[in-house]
Ligand binder design. Structure first.
Ligand SMILES: [Zn+2]
Length: 154
């Protein structure tokens, strides 16, 4: 995109007639580009873009902006088409990236869920174990009490 705007601004390559790409907006001299209709024999009624200054001064064989409108439009269409191709490529890349990212996210969620379930199970197991220990302690204490009582009684 930058190489085309360079041709419009004309500071580097805009001076040469053939270097204008697409529809020129401004001549390198700073003058706005105007639309004219050719009256020349080889190109009768062919419309063209011309530097406003050069048009008013009726300059010939100068290097101010000049471009046939049909050629400019063909350029413009070509530029748009290549830009569209690039956009489509970008979209494809972005979609591929998105799918990759989604897969990563899904994978992460899965591992997280697996870990959570695992932790939950561990917790439950630990809780059960301590419950069993408590119960066993109660049973043991109860037994000791019973044994002690029977000894007292006996
Ligand atoms: Zn000019």
């Amino acid at each position: 995109m930058s190489n085309q705007s360079g041709a419009y601004s004309g500071t580097s390559g805009g001076r040469a007639r053939g270097r204008i790409v697409g529809v020129p907006k401004k001549c390198w001299c700073g003058e706005l580009v105007v639309e004219k209709i050719s009256k020349s024999d080889p190109n009768p009624y062919r419309r063209y873009y011309r530097c406003g200054f050069a048009a008013t001064e009726r300059l010939v064989n100068d290097n101010h902006a000049f471009k046939w409108i049909d050629e400019a439009l063909v350029n413009e269409v070509e530029t748009l088409r290549s830009r569209l191709d690039r956009l489509e490529e970008d979209v494809r890349e972005i979609t591929a990236d998105k799918i990759m990212l989604e897969n990563m996210v899904i994978e992460k969620i899965q591992t997280k869920m697996e870990r959570e379930v695992f932790e939950r199970v561990e917790e439950t197991l630990a809780a059960t174990k301590s419950d069993v220990k408590k119960m066993m302690l109660v049973v043991i204490v109860g037994c000791m009490v019973i044994v002690g009582c029977s000894k007292l009684v006996g």
